[in-house]
Design a protein around this ligand. Sequence first.
Ligand SMILES: [Zn+2]
Length: 500
Amino acid sequence: MEKECLLQKFRAYGQEMDKYNYIDAVTGWDSTTVAPRNDRIIAYRAAMSARLAGEKFAYQMRPEHLAMLEEIAADSSLDLITRRSAEIYLKDLEECRYLTQAEYMAVVEARDIARMKWQEAKEKADWSIFLPHLEKTMADRLRIIEKRGWTGHPYDCFLQDKEPGMTMAHYDQFFGMLRDEIVPLWKKVREEGRELDDSILFAHYPEQLQRKGVFDLMEAFGFDKNAGAVGDTTHPYTTYIGPGDVRIALYYDEHNVAAALLSTAHELGHALTSSMRSEAIEATNLREGNASGISESLSRYYENNVARSEAFWEFFYPKMQALYPEVLGSFDRGAFVRALNKATAQPIRMDADELTYPLHILFRYEIEKAMCEGSLALKDIPAVWKEKCEAYLGYVPQNDAEGPLQDVHWASAGVATFPAYAIGSAYACQYEAAMGREFDVQAAYRTGDFQKINGWMRDKLMQYGSLYDPNDLLRMATGETFNPRYYVDYLKNKYTALCF
Ligand SMILES: [Zn+2]
């Protein structure tokens, strides 16, 4: 095919994909924020989404489209962005390519049902309600990777789909370090560490003021308020709608000031990422992250390294005191920061502090690996979960809702999504260390110099979208491939200083 004609077709393909993704993002935002929740509305939306998904599938799977994407991805005379863009489109089709349209729709439907059943199972704290649906969706997933011709450990396939180039060997090494160094550290903190008082976080913080606090934080981080919108939801998240339009959905708890603050810091990391991509990347599908660990690292950096640091609160605490003079007016800043960082033995991943968080992920990693290789029957997950939770966290879940039913992931996003959360925190520490070789990072937090911090993040990481695989990006930004040592040392230093 003539090259110009080929590229023209590729651009048309991209526009068509943008159309589907736009509708998906807007209806997704609508359904999780303002749409009324009744069965009729939910069923109608599900039916319309299924039709759109079917149409999109048919469009993507046209043989001439697949041939075009393959030709572009392989043409070394084309620029990197164009080739990578075609490659990522193909990667998105990894599962679809081994299914007929009818099989694909059946798989999507089974996942939808699994998600609904998970909701019910969670409410009733009963694993047996969800179990047959997990068995079905897991069997579907394993069958598809077999069709793909994957001969290695199935979990390795899932992991590499989520984080290209990062193999199970990398994860084994990383989680091995957590098991050897962070599990004993947490045990020592819990048994011999200083008792920290975090009751100040659970005073009364009126919702209206918390909303103002969210905007103060946005301003402090240098996020342009006109570059998106904020809405209310039950589980905070950020979604890209279109150029210059990113939405943040948040949740407020009047008796927990840390919840909205830290989740805002996290979501702002995602939102800043969206607003800092280069124009060339923004015009392509590379605007979306292809590596969930990288995407999470950019949000976790702002949530953990920045918003849980002592230095940042030197800058931001006066604003909080002005917002809540009765509660915080005469309350000591150091005590507030210690409260914010208190580590607790409790069962819920989403509520975890920085120290125990990766341990929640560690045992999910071990369980998922065993599920995929067939050495753990899915019916036995709650029992194994209980054992590992006790061994690593020092807490015994009271029921299945405190155990494996707490997360929606197995019912929606599949297996192998959890490791990205821990690895993201680890990448973030590697960035902070690299940044520290160029300027005084703590001084930047102390003075609220986010122009400097955001500038580094944009130049080294955010501008590229998913142009590079994680290890290549890490090497370019920090001078080395993934090195978990930064993270492990960061946690050790932080919690030793805090608790001993
Ligand atoms: Zn996130």
